[in-house]
Design a protein around this ligand. Structure first.
Ligand SMILES: Cc1cc2nc3c(=O)[nH]c(=O)nc-3n(C[C@H](O)[C@H](O)[C@H](O)COP(=O)(O)O)c2cc1C
Length: 299
């Protein structure tokens, strides 16, 4: 019998749709039956965002509060492989992605089934990935592979360009000077390479061993300074989220978080990285290697 794959995802701008289409094209070409399902929240987040709305989703995102989803249909009750396309919001799985992860239909279909995750972030995806991996494993899925796509431009540049994109809806060059925001077109097209490797493994019956080969094609590249920033920021975001969630009037605290975020990125992060380079990194080689293996799904 032919192999069946479910590719399920959420996208706001359409970027993840482009990725899933390119990524699954080699599977379709190999005769695999791919059921592609785009899931939407019952109340969709308007795109483009306004500044206040963008920051207002932080507490629910970080605290993992799911949302009702629009009903969706799956062709099958069992698949040979599930692909989940998701994006981080505030270092956490986006609220719609987290809602998919908590959804009973999804949890039923991934039980005892290999799953491959593909994320498209600005550049900070590690904490969201950790959470996604734990939820999948707890639900009984076999997390066989992970691909982490990012905007490869420097942190400060992509910080500016993502806001331009999110607040205007235009995936274009800001002021005609900055690079295009988001995952590069070539990287989106390049996901075909991963799709082909996965097809071959699936047809050969060894998809659970695919990650090493995906890694050989740079499916996951870990940037150490960003790993240091995220390692600290995830705890600070959690403290902010818990604090804001308890306030009756959240708006002023959301604004305070926004200014904290700008200060943390432009002032705090360079200091943190410098201190880490002097006092921590030289003495933590083994721990860093282990962490990187964990984020690469090789451990
Ligand atoms: C509210 C919000 C928060 C985001 N937070 C992060 C983040 O913490 N790390 C990151 O790398 N990208 C972040 N992004 C970028 C997204 O991960 C994603 O790349 C972008 O929204 C495009 O996804 P789409 O396919 O849903 O349009 C954020 C985007 C939004 C809308």
């Amino acid at each position: 019998m032919g192999k069946k794959v479910l590719a399920i995802y959420y996208t706001q701008s359409g970027q993840m749709k482009e990725i899933i289409d390119s990524f699954t094209a080699p599977m379709v070409a190999a005769g695999i039956d791919v059921d592609t399902v785009a899931v939407k929240p019952l109340t969709e987040y308007a795109f483009p965002w306004t500044g206040p709305r963008f920051f207002s989703v932080m507490p629910d995102c970080v605290l993992g509060v799911p949302q009702m989803l629009q009903p969706y249909q799956l062709k099958e009750t069992r698949y040979d492989l599930v692909i989940l396309g998701y994006q981080p919001w505030f270092l956490s799985p986006s609220i719609p992605s987290n809602s998919i992860l908590q959804d009973p239909t999804f949890r039923q279909v991934i039980k005892n089934t290999p799953i491959i995750t593909i994320s498209a972030a600005r550049n900070m995806w590690l904490s969201a990935y950790e959470r996604v991996h734990k939820i999948l494993t707890d639900a009984g899925a076999q997390h066989a592979g992970n691909i982490a796509l990012v905007d490869r431009h420097p942190n400060f540049i992509s910080f500016v360009t993502i806001f331009y994109w999110m607040l205007t809806g235009k995936k274009e060059r800001y002021l005609n000077k900055f690079p295009k925001p988001g995952v590069d077109e070539q990287d989106i097209k390049g996901t075909k390479v991963y799709g082909k490797i996965i097809s071959e493994h699936l047809l050969a019956g060894n998809v659970l061993n695919v990650q090493k080969e995906l890694m050989a094609k740079d499916a996951v590249v870990i940037n150490y300074p960003l790993m240091v920033i995220e390692g600290k920021a995830k705890y600070i975001f959690a403290a902010w989220a818990k604090f804001i969630a308890k306030r009756n009037n959240k708006a002023p605290w959301i604004t305070a978080f926004k200014y904290y975020l700008f200060a943390a990125l432009f002032l705090g992060a360079p200091i943190l990285i410098t201190l880490d380079a002097i006092f921590i990194k030289p003495f933590s080689e083994k721990r860093i290697r282990q962490k990187k293996l964990q984020y690469s799904l090789l451990k």
